[in-house]
Design a protein around this ligand. Structure first.
Ligand code: IFM
Length: 748
């Protein structure tokens, strides 16, 4: 059961808490309690073993392809979290003996995860255990673990076994083989492994210390060396009332790192600082992040404040901010889902956050797309097109398209369902162009455009110009045989989202160069228009598809329930959308559609959308808010938050949903804050949900940080930079000089 700090003052609404233990539900907690720093991602598997655990440690970019029949994926590195305790011969397990209490807390402010356990072994007196861990935000290669055991009622014979466990796989696929393991100076455990295909060396170091009541013990450490495992074991007696503290400090490096680090020396330095010193340093790095990034929501509902901070926390641990060789995985670094691959999630759902709050990170992410441009050109050529056709799923910079070819079982044929997204879900090419433009508009970074951006816009536009075909009957260019954002529809023609975004992409390129081919297609491209009822058909023939009652599927506990009744080819004939498609278009190109068209289409598609993808709910929140459907918008905000932070038990063991985290930010800043970039200008026009008294956040516009502080009556926008910036606040266009504030009222 998840609970949230309600602002008692004790944690200042930075804490999420698990208050009951259920081994079966641990997967979901492991994902949401994941810790990291963009380089490392450490899933929150408990120290002791339980069935159903997934012990994941990832280092960004270490992609490996196990076999030709598989696609490249992010390998699970040797486990460092393991630490087995036994008390008077009885292994510590919360499934044995008496579990008096167990509380696990992730403090979003410091990045520390703690677990307090009161446990009574089957025979013997109660003990208390306190587990702590963090992944350093200050030293990206470093992780720290600490356990304190207090023997309250009697003397205890305690045995500890802990080490580096290389017996890990990615759901059975073993990406690493062992090269070396050894002990340095009788203290530092070292294991080197190598990925089977990409040949990346991964070095893991771990060192333990043992103290009783603050004094180092002279306990004898016995090394334990087995196949793909290196650890140590110690045994000692802890007297009644004493506390044994075990610290395990670890360091991870790989041959793919941007900078080479001597892991052993780094760990020795860390040992000198100890867990507490390192945590302090890391918490200071987090504090700097929060000072610049925090969003404050003063509301009746404490959940909203925690939810946005939860999203900000994950948005800051999923990305390696200075490495343009890696993107953001659809699950960040929190689980094996989607194999660490990057999708359009980054450009459409995550980049708005980075562009408006950390332009340098956005720059890195867009340079990653620039670095895979050559692969995108190759993909276009292989498919018989010109320009650059971006992979639907990307991994390492030269991996090219990495979408798997087969998916889950087809309930009708009994075979694996072919995955066609890598071939025909092509809108990602326009999504990347859209993000490039948005970044350039928001930052004014002309150097990026000169060195990378224009080339990306031209190449992607060339792709669309060659991709479209002439339709004699319509006397227009058409884009046939695609999958739009709604992946429940395959082989469709003139998907409105794809066509409008492709046209937008081509028009962007034309701003730079008047290429006749591109102009011709851009001007002649078929753009589905609203029918007599004001509905833009999602694609040719959509309106003729059968509409069915979706109530059951909309109410289902899990996503994809419709597949229990229909296979994909059957769903292809139904008016049912997996996720927002046309609705998203109305938001991304908001200037192009009237409020009436937006309203009609929102209502029409809302009824037909199952939100079977985590990406969808935030979009519906923001558009509903734009349409003045405030209560619906607020409900969708909660639904978007609940994807990973439900009131109840988290349900996504395969990892958090990165895009949903960006979506939460969009609900708050784009939706309730009504911050938008339209026609190259910034608009700020907040309208707060009913129970909110105040909303404060920061954005960066044209290099100038702006503090936005909204309440029920209006907004104050303070330019914290030096240069004046132009902003539209509600209906008022204004220039705010550096260091000045502008107050606007939303009241009519
Ligand atoms: O990119 C998304 C897609 O839109 C829906 N399925 C999951 C992918 C990764 O998040």
């Amino acid at each position: 059961m998840l609970t949230f700090d309600r602002g008692t003052g004790a944690f200042d609404q930075f804490v999420i808490e698990e208050t009951t233990f259920d081994a079966q539900a641990e997967g979901g907690y492991e994902a949401i309690f994941c810790q990291g720093n963009g380089y490392l991602g450490q899933r929150a598997a408990l120290e002791e073993r339980y069935a159903g655990q997934t012990r994941n440690l990832f280092v960004t970019g270490t992609f490996d392809r196990f076999h030709e029949s598989e696609v490249t994926e992010l390998p699970n590195l040797p486990d460092l979290t393991n630490l087995r305790l036994s008390v008077n011969g009885m292994p510590f397990s919360m499934e044995q003996g008496d579990l008096v209490s167990c509380t696990r807390r992730l403090n979003l402010k410091t990045g520390e995860l703690t677990r307090y356990v009161q446990w009574k072994p089957p025979q013997g007196k109660p003990l208390t255990l306190c587990f702590r861990r963090f992944v350093s935000m200050a030293r990206e290669h470093l992780l720290g673990f600490q356990v304190e055991i207090t023997c309250a009622g009697e003397d205890c014979a305690i045995t500890v076994e802990s080490g580096i466990d290389g017996t890990v796989t990615n759901s059975g696929t073993q990406h690493l083989y062992e090269r070396e393991k050894r002990l340095f100076g009788g203290r530092i455990l070292f294991m080197e492994e190598e990925t089977v295909q990409s040949g990346i060396r991964c070095n893991l170091y771990a060192a333990h210390s043992y103290q009783v009541d603050g004094h180092e013990t002279a306990t004898r450490r016995l090394p334990v060396m087995r196949r793909r495992y290196l650890g140590e074991t110690v045994s000692m007696t802890v007297r009644k009332g004493q506390t044994l503290r075990i610290e395990k400090l670890c360091c991870v490096t790989t041959s793919r790192d941007l900078l080479t680090l001597d892991g052993e020396a780094a760990l020795r330095e860390a040992i000198g600082m100890g867990y507490e010193g390192l945590l302090c340093e890391s918490a200071a790095a987090w504090a700097a992040l929060w000072a610049a990034q925090d969003i404050r929501i003063d509301a009746q509902n404490g959940y909203d404040q925690v939810a946005i901070r939860f999203a900000l926390y994950h948005l800051n641990i999923m990305v390696k901010k200075d490495d343009d060789r890696v993107g953001i995985g659809a699950k960040g670094l929190s689980g094996e889902g989607y194999k660490g691959h990057s999708f359009w999630d980054t450009e459409i759902f995550l980049l708005p956050y980075y562009t408006f709050t950390q332009p340098d990170t956005a720059h890195t992410l867009l340079r990653y797309r620039y670095r895979i441009l050559e692969g995108a050109r190759r993909k276009a050529r292989d498919h018989g097109y010109r320009g650059a056709m971006y992979p639907w799923e990307s991994a390492w910079i030269d991996d090219g398209e990495v979408t798997p070819l087969l998916g889950g079982a087809d309930i009708v044929t009994g075979e694996s369902t072919p995955i066609l997204t890598g071939h025909i879900e092509q809108h990602i090419t326009a999504d990347i162009a859209y993000a490039v433009w948005q970044y350039a508009q928001a930052t004014g970074d002309s150097a990026f455009m000169e060195n990378h951006g224009w080339e990306m816009l031209m190449e992607t536009a060339r792709f669309w110009a060659s991709r479209a075909t002439w339709d004699e009957r319509r006397q227009a260019y058409v884009i046939c045989d695609v999958i739009g954002p709604d992946e429940y529809k395959e082989h469709v023609d003139n998907n409105a989202y794809t066509n409008y975004m492709a046209e937008f992409n081509m028009r962007l390129a034309l701003k730079r160069l008047d290429d006749q081919d591109i102009r011709h297609v851009a001007e002649g491209l078929w753009l589905p228009v609203p029918d007599e009822n004001g509905i833009i058909p999602q694609f040719d023939g959509y309106m003729a598809l059968q509409a069915i009652d979706l109530t059951r599927y909309k109410q289902a506990e899990s996503v994809g329930d419709i597949f229990k009744d229909y296979n994909l080819s059957q769903i292809n004939h139904l008016q049912v959308c997996k996720q927002s498609d046309t609705v998203l278009l109305l938001l991304l190109l908001e200037d192009r559609f009237s409020p009436e068209v937006k309203r009609r289409n929102y209502e029409f598609y809302e009824a037909r959308t199952l939100h079977d993808s985590s990406l969808s709910k935030a979009t519906h929140c923001v558009l509903a808010q734009d349409l003045g459907l405030d209560d619906i918008a607020y409900d969708y905000f909660h639904a978007a938050c609940a994807v990973d932070l439900p009131i109840g038990t988290p349900k996504s063991p395969e990892g958090i949903h990165s895009a949903a985290m960006g979506g939460i930010w969009q609900c708050v800043v784009y939706g309730f804050g009504n911050v938008r970039l339209t026609g190259g200008k910034l608009r700020i026009a907040p309208r707060l949900p009913k129970g909110w008294h105040r909303l404060s956040f920061r954005i960066i516009w044209q290099g100038q940080p702006l503090a936005v502080d909204a309440d029920e009556k209006g907004v104050r926008v303070t330019n914290l930079g030096r240069e004046a910036v132009g902003v539209r606040v509600y209906e008022q266009e204004t220039i705010i000089p550096g260091g000045q504030e502008y107050a606007g009222s939303g009241m009519a």
